[in-house]
Design a protein around this ligand. Structure first.
Ligand code: NAP
Length: 503
């Protein structure tokens, strides 16, 4: 006789697979399932369109910071990128193209927020609560809610009294005209680096409030001439070759500069030297240069590229403020040193909250009442192969600790698609409907990731002042998978099937 928990489940779920998030991650997962012949898929998305990051972010200056030949699905190259680093709207068009070509749109339901999900171990399905109070059931749950998807709005003293316009970069007012405006930008992350030059050109006055400087290296960018686009279209192998070259360069940066910092420190120092030389060539004032120079190692937090960021600070209408923010008033900001800057527009380029309100993006309760958010916060952040967690049967979490692999997010997605394909192929081969990663496999993966990360810049470099979102609230750098892209892809395709229990 089979044990009770192996008995066939009687309640038929509404969906085979429920995916939360219609960005590139969720779409990649859906493509993997459809290739397996699984078509009863619902993709729930809280926004009013697909594209994830590339739908939500539409601030001026938005562009990819990984060359577009690499920042795309390898199986769906796009010969139409207009530039080496495509502007944001092209990414959104690409997302629509993929959704059309792979017939994903009919699975998508927009403005549908998921509030929570609970595993029902008797019926062996997920019960998913949406914002309108309804319940959905699905045999398998996939969260594709992104890493940088919960905007961070710091609670600055007095912000409620501010009478002017407040814009967060992730909730942009299209067409907002900065002409004649007195503007403050808070934040100097990768988003601000793209946005500040755009505002500096138009605003009457711009004050940038910087807490931590960012490493910026030159951006080699150009329009892709139409003969090259035609070549990519006619002979796809040429675009594959371009992708291979670019991906290999990025890979070297990641593997040697970030993951093997301990062994290849001089390479990392060279990158910092390049950033300093770039700054020197663009900013003549030594005091301004000093303020814009990071005092943490290159790679502790995501560096960026720009040729227009540093020169913005040499314009007469732009001021860099580094003494902090004491409070906001109705018509301005009082800086830490007591100076008041009058403004009518406040731009929050303050990024996203990963570790408190994401991971996971909503309440997820697994077997025996295990709460995923509590499990990660009260214990350690962990996920087998960056996708599975013990006591969470039939659950694939795409934005997990140790899931981010390579520098392009598409590397992560395609590795996860391989994992889904192998896992669900085995499920079918065994004639089972339920999987769960074992505690032992998860513990081994965590130990190995922890061990391998010991060589990284996060633990060998000087990251103390970096305030990097790569580190969680326990001080552990648990975002990146410490492996080369090739290794990750190989492991996702060949993990021991005995790492899962099937029923
Ligand atoms: P971010 O890197 O987290 O930067 C947020 C900025 O806001 C930081 O400078 C931060 O200062 C500042 N800030 C936050 N809270 C503050 C406070 N209370 N007081 C003062 N300053 C505060 O966010 P992001 O710039 O939006 O970029 C996030 C990520 O998105 C990037 O790392 C990148 O991966 C991605 N991104 C990609 C692209 C692209 O591909 N094209 C473009 C933009 C962004 P501290 O550093 O001191 O905390």
């Amino acid at each position: 006789m089979q044990p009770a928990h192996d008995a066939p489940a009687h309640e038929a779920p509404a969906h085979d697979v429920l995916i939360v998030g219609a960005g590139f991650g969720g779409m990649g997962a859906a493509i993997a399932f459809k290739r397996l012949g699984i078509d009863n898929i619902a993709i729930l998305e809280r926004e009013d369109d697909l594209g994830g990051t590339w739908h939500v972010n539409h601030y001026p200056g938005l562009a990819v910071d990984i060359a577009s030949v690499t920042y795309s699905y390898s199986f769906e190259p796009n010969p139409n990128w207009s530039r080496l680093f495509a502007p944001g709207p092209e990414l959104k068009r690409y997302a629509h193209h993929v959704a059309d070509k792979y017939d994903l749109k009919r699975h998508m339901e927009f403005q549908t927020t998921v509030d929570g999900a609970e595993w029902d171990d008797t019926a062996r399905l997920w019960r998913v609560r949406t914002g309108d109070g309804t319940e959905r059931t699905a045999r398998y749950l996939v969260t594709a809610t992104g890493f940088l998807s919960q905007p961070h709005v710091p609670d600055f003293p007095g912000i409620k009294n501010f009478q002017g316009t407040i814009l967060h970069t992730a909730a942009w007012q299209d067409g907002f005209d900065f002409t004649g405006k007195k503007v403050a930008v808070i934040g100097t992350g990768a988003t601000a680096v793209q946005l500040i030059p755009e505002i500096a050109e138009r605003a009457d006055a711009l004050t940038v409030f910087q807490r931590t400087p960012i490493w910026v290296v030159p951006k080699i960018d150009f329009a892709i001439p139409s003969p090259v686009q035609q070549l990519f279209r006619r002979i796809p192998l040429t675009q594959r070759a371009a992708r291979l070259v670019n991906t290999s360069l990025l890979e070297m940066l990641m593997v040697f500069g970030v993951l093997h910092f301990k062994q290849f420190k001089p390479g990392n120092k060279l990158a910092a030297g390049l950033g300093k030389a770039h700054l020197r060539s663009q900013v003549p004032d030594p005091e301004l240069r000093r303020k814009l120079t990071p005092d943490y190692d290159f790679g502790c937090k995501r560096p960026t590229f720009s040729n227009t960021y540093f020169p913005s600070f040499t314009r007469p209408n732009v001021t860099l403020e580094t003494s902090g923010i004491a409070r906001l008033e109705a018509d301005g900001i009082l800086a830490g040193d007591g100076t008041k800057t009058e403004i009518d527009t406040l731009v929050l380029a303050t990024g996203f909250n990963l570790w408190d309100v994401n991971f996971p993006a909503f309440e997820i309760i697994g077997r025996e009442g295990r709460d995923l958010g509590k499990f990660w916060r009260e214990g350690r952040f962990q996920a087998y192969e960056g996708v599975a967690v013990p006591k969470f049967p039939n659950f694939i979490s795409l934005n997990s600790p140790y899931s981010y692999s390579g520098l392009s997010y598409f590397t992560t997605i395609e590795g996860q698609m391989k994992h889904i394909t192998r896992l669900f192929g085995e499920l079918r081969r065994r004639g089972r409907d339920t999987f769960e990663v074992t505690e032992a496999a998860n513990a081994d993966f965590l130990d190995e990731a922890t061990r391998r990360l010991q060589s990284s810049v996060f633990y060998n470099g000087d990251c103390t002042t970096s305030r990097s979102y790569y580190f969680n609230q326990h001080g552990e750098a648990t975002l990146l998978r410490p492996a080369s892209t090739l290794r990750t892809l190989r492991e996702m395709d060949s993990f021991p099937l005995s790492d899962y229990a099937f029923r």
